[in-house]
Design a protein around this ligand. Sequence first.
Ligand code: PLP
Length: 218
Amino acid sequence: MPRISNKIAELRRVLPAGVKLVAVSKFHPLEALQEAYAAGQRRFGESRADELAAKAEAMPADVEWHFIGHLQTNKVRRVVACASVIESIDSGRLLRAVSAEAVRQGRTVGLLLQVHVAAEETKTGFTPDELLAAARVALTLPGVEVRGVMGMATNTDRTDRILADFRAIADVGRRLREIIPGAAEVSMGMSGDWPLAIGQGATIVRIGSAIFGDRQYH
Ligand SMILES: *Cc1c(COP(=O)(O)O)cnc(C)c1O
């Protein structure tokens, strides 16, 4: 499947310098990740704790793992053990649990605070005001380093709505930097909408199916 390496090379050509690519490999087999790795990809995104742990064990140690799924507190231990960045911090309770576990493991974990701006109720995340309150709490916690915000746009064909969502995420990022100046990352944009996200200031894009093809849920 030379397809994967071609997609990675193509994305690298078109992404602006400084925008980080997280290859979202959830539900894809190890061979797919290995092909991406051979093509030079080092940042991978996973959304389930057990799958992340299994893949982290099988892949080379220099992979930077981003956890992007809803994280339950009983899975925090597994994720803290392998993730460089947890992009999906969506509650104060989770924030405290990750901090406590990072201290226990003697690690520092990078965090993005997830903001909910999309129309769908099913998507998780803080409201903008809750996110800023969580950032103030995070400043007092050991073992964690808030690096920015993560968000998803509404799943719609309406470009104006997607743009408004990305603008809202970027705006929360600006407000976050008034509290934590170094928290510069804005993770937004997926396979279907990443060019719009770049236009609104994304520094990280999370791209799955445009690299690996459709996911086989099982
Ligand atoms: C699955 C997922 C992605 C990637 O979605 P694609 O449409 O396959 O690019 C990005 N971000 C999050 C949070 C996801 O769960």
